[in-house]
Design a protein. Sequence first.
Length: 517
Amino acid sequence: MAKQEDQFKKVLSHAKEYGYVFQSSEIYDGLSAVYDYAQNGVELKKNIRDYWWKAMVQMHENIVGIDASILMHPTTWKASGHVDAFNDPLIDNKDSKKRYRADVLIEDYCAKIEGKIDKEVAKAAKRFGASFNKEEFLSTNGRVLGYQEKIKTILARMGKSLENEDLADVKLLIEDLEIADPLTGSRNWTEVKQFNLMFGTQIGASAESATQVYLRPETAQGIFVNFLNVQKTGRMKIPFGIAQTGKAFRNEIVARQFIFRMREFEQMEMQFFVKPGTQKEWYKEWKETRLKWHLSLGMGAENYRFHDHDKLAHYADAAADIEFKFPFGFKELEGIHSRTDFDLKAHEKHSGKKLQYFDHEENKSYTPYVVETSIGLDRMFLAVFSNSLQEEALENGTTRTVLKLPAVLAPFKAAIFPLVKKDGLPEVARKIMDDLKWDFNVFYDEKDAVGKRYRRQDAAGTPFCITVDHDSLNDDSVTIRHRDTMEQKRVLISDLKDIIKAAVDVKTWLQKIEKTV
Ligand code: ATP
């Protein structure tokens, strides 16, 4: 646990030191759970967004994008259920006065049991050596099965109680499990209450005529209310999707994990409209497709897992999370939800407008079902950033800090250095820079010894360093150094563009989707 905390602390300080993420309004001591993306962070974030957009919109003929506004007619949120049901169960500790999400306290308790399972696995792996079969061990070991059963029972009870709004039982469960305040160890809890997460504000000049509106808590509703407009003007045929990226706002009860849980964050969502009755197949298909997208980035299949929900939201008939192994354990990165026809039907009812699709093949109208994929851009940023940050022991006994970002996502693709600041080398380096910057984000640096410049770029995550030396003046060649292998090669200046392109091209990376299972 201490190791995990250390790793997370390193992520936070590195994000600041290398211009990725700053605390918002830092000079005023910050605003809780609100962050700003800095000069490198904004590039990484944009590249993740583009990588998603290309995979979801550009590569699918039947998916188009929109950009709906953050403020929407207030009835939207009545219809969607957010006014009445977008709540989290909150519990306070009477002694420490700290506030928690009751469901998260219980989930963390289960994560601890999972930690025990991991320990059993590690112990057994050591004992059995090469002949160890993890799958078999997990499905036969008595102690492990007991732990698994315990987790299942706890989560099932919590799911049922939350679904039935039985908050007294949620508290009882916390008491039965003897869950204590993680900060103080106190078990002196208040009742569990529901807390609405939407931020409200007002439109209008005078208090009397002002209308209560909300900052959208999800981007999805902007897609639903535009469903028919897009379908008709785009002449879309079912099945088809509408994608959107944009800000969402939630007044989170507890927001302690950096950009994992923010009050203002960005979502990348896609709503896929399908024929009623086919939603289960599409749900399965999108679960697989989205996992492949993640795997294409090469961050290790062992760092992802599905979590199928027991506790379903009011609109869903099936739901799963893609969880990622963050520095603080496996947590939700993306949700895939089979949302039925709940949203479109609700908007029909509240607006009095028909939101039906006329199916020419079947010669009838119906309300489509929807399968949603919803990923937090900031959470994806944290997954990529924390996974890439590594301390590497070198052969000469020193260590280097390297940010092994997938090259396709790296803010700068190459850094260009003249070996020295004289003899015409800066001019050649500048010329290379002027040529490459049409295609890539490139960085120029002539300060300090080259070794030091390499280390700076390693820590900033730049995949290539290009050094111009005296020989370059005669042989039109430069040294290109790879961030991950530290290998250096002499190449022609005229080949640089192709070499970099081969490593950072979205096409090369996205094509891996076909190859990952
Ligand atoms: P959680 O259970 O962690 O609160 P959720 O199930 O409420 O998340 P969804 O409503 O399914 O989340 O939102 C879709 C995605 O949006 C999530 O998978 C997550 O990546 C992202 N997300 C949700 N809330 C936040 C937040 N407060 N900060 C950053 N990202 C968020």
